[in-house]
Write a protein that binds this ligand. Structure first.
Ligand SMILES: NC(=O)C1=CN([C@@H]2O[C@H](COP(=O)(O)OP(=O)(O)OC[C@H]3O[C@@H](n4cnc5c(N)ncnc54)[C@H](O)[C@@H]3O)[C@@H](O)[C@H]2O)[C@@H](O)CC1
Ligand SMILES: [K+]
Length: 489
């Protein structure tokens, strides 16, 4: 798992190392890593034009020291100092010694229009609020220029903890971050400014993370697969209460996703029974109530089921069970009217809203998506899966996950029904609810990437690609379950 750490957590871990000295050692490690990444991107340093945007803090210091390394290898380095009187003194001396040029921010020709590479050292984890006008103007000018754009630690203007961007931020192609990945680089608006994130180890001794990103290997380890002796019941049966006679599509997608995620049994209960039966003869289908479906180990409730009295009775019945329940779509609208139905449960509940559904519970998501998900999770005592370009999962204790897979192509009708089916089928195995949501989001995102590689996708394509996505995740982790090797028939 990749741990995501806030600015305060990074500072706390830096403190003992800074106290133990020697002075400047941490910055040297950071700047050496940064210069190495730049060198790799450029191929070679000799004769290359590099412009440093340098703020008054240590972030600017990193840029200056890295710039000195690059100048020593023959790069033509120009530093634009935002606050010339306060630029990091040792960094400035190093750059000058290596032959770098230093300008103040009003200089006519700052080289941004012909730089091969721009290093953004305006502000790092010490930043607050939107970029000040002079810094914002330089970030905008850099974005118009031809150079590779590299952010030092955090793209200036992005809140390292939340990913919030107020106004302008530096549009990095690559962000070289130190010590640990910050949440703001992978979530919310910040993700789109940080883009490719490279981590430089500076030797911090970090405590266990509160926020995580799963890798393929993490997901492969958690995905269940059948063992000799398993039967269709032993791995957990999922029940789906979704769809309606008029709109059976959501039920068909959700049931299909549950079937395709994990071998085993899926039971369906609802008025879309005919459609589900026709699409998935493998499912056990009733047009009755959830109680008529037979024994299950988890429920998915909501997609396409409407918000009328009958739908509310179905939701109430499912939530009254002592089983894990995933609440999605129409059932979220109903649950937002009666949050007590969720709060009063002792078994795990997973809510999977998009932003508009989230707002029905009383507050807008806003620019701090992790904070918003954690807040509602704690309030309802439920796991919150907040959908987005980087889907966020939070549990009531504050443990959270930021999903790292996906594609904008997933923003299409029916893909949420597929996600619910995937997560529901994992919940039925007895997996921890937040993990099931995070693993499901990862698998869903990888499936979307695979489907999108063939062109514009519709939700049904996800069902066709799901088994292959799971197999690829397992293979990427060097892990192939019995009977699924390359030589399998
Ligand atoms: N503490 C250390 O020894 C280390 C720090 N490191 C670097 O130091 C950074 C943190 O340094 P600092 O604590 O000095 O803080 P920063 O350098 O991130 O930011 C402080 C400076 O930015 C300015 N600033 C704040 N908000 C701004 C805004 N909205 N627009 C424009 N300017 C703004 C402030 O006036 C101040 O001059 C990290 O991000 C990392 O790059 C690394 O070198 C590793 C070691
Ligand atoms: K920066």
């Amino acid at each position: 798992m990749i741990g995501l750490y806030t600015a305060a957590e990074i500072r706390a871990a830096e403190e003992p190392l800074l106290a133990a000295g020697p002075e400047g050692a941490l910055m040297q490690r950071a700047a050496t890593g940064l210069a190495t990444v730049c060198l790799r991107m450029l191929g070679s340093a000799y004769g290359r034009r590099i412009t440093l945007l340098v703020g008054a803090g240590n972030n600017g210091g990193d840029a200056l020291v890295a710039g000195a390394h690059l100048a020593a290898r023959g790069a033509r380095v120009t530093a634009v100092l935002l606050d010339p009187g306060r630029a990091h003194p040792a960094g400035l001396r190093a750059l000058r010694r290596a032959g770098g040029r230093v300008l103040d921010p009003t200089a006519e020709d700052n080289g941004l229009d012909r730089a091969d590479l721009v290093l953004d050292g305006i502000v790092g984890i010490g930043g607050s609020g939107g970029l000040r006008p002079r810094a914002a103007a330089l970030a905008e000018q850099a974005a118009r220029g031809p150079g590779l754009l590299v952010a030092v630690d955090v793209p200036s203007g992005v809140d390292a903890d939340t990913g919030a961007v107020h106004g302008t931020a530096f549009e990095a192609g690559t962000t070289v971050t130190f010590g640990a990945v910050k949440p703001g680089l992978v979530v919310g608006e910040g993700k789109g400014f940080a883009n490719e994130v490279r981590l430089v180890d500076i030797g911090l001794d970090l405590p266990p993370a509160r926020t995580h990103q799963l890798t393929d290997a993490d997901v492969a380890l958690r995905l269940p697969f059948p063992l000799p002796g398993d039967d269709k019941y032993s791995q957990g049966v999922v029940g789906v209460a979704a769809g309606s006679s008029v709109y059976p599509g959501a039920a068909v997608l959700c049931t299909g996703a549950a079937l395709r995620t994990r071998p085993g049994l899926v039971r369906y209960a609802g008025t879309a029974a005919d459609g589900v039966r026709a699409a998935w003869p493998e499912a056990i289908v009733t047009d009755g109530r959830p109680a008529d479906a037979g024994r299950v180990q988890a429920w998915v409730v909501g997609p396409g089921m409407g918000t009328d009295d009958a739908a509310e009775r179905v939701l109430t019945e499912v939530l009254a069970s002592d089983l894990p329940v995933l609440v999605d779509a129409d059932a979220l609208t109903l649950a937002a009217r009666r949050p007590g139905l969720v709060r009063d449960r002792s078994a795990p509940t997973v809510l999977t809203p998009h932003d508009r559904e989230f707002a029905r519970f009383g507050n807008e998501v806003g620019s701090d998506r992790l904070g918003a998900a954690r807040g509602l999770a704690a309030d309802l005592g439920a796991v919150l899966l907040l959908k987005g370009e980087a889907t966020v999962v939070a549990d009531p204790s504050g443990t959270a996950y930021v999903n790292g897979t996906g594609t904008p192509w997933l923003a299409t009708a029916g893909t949420g029904d597929v996600l619910s089916g995937i997560v529901g089928s994992l919940l039925a195995t007895g997996m921890d609810a937040a993990e099931a949501a995070a693993v499901g989001a990862h698998v869903h995102g990888r499936t979307g990437q695979l489907a999108a590689a063939r062109g514009p996708l519709v939700a049904g394509d996800l069902l066709r690609r799901l088994p292959d996505a799971i197999r690829r995740i397992q293979q990427a982790a060097g892990f192939v379950p019995i009977g699924l090797g390359d030589s399998a028939p």
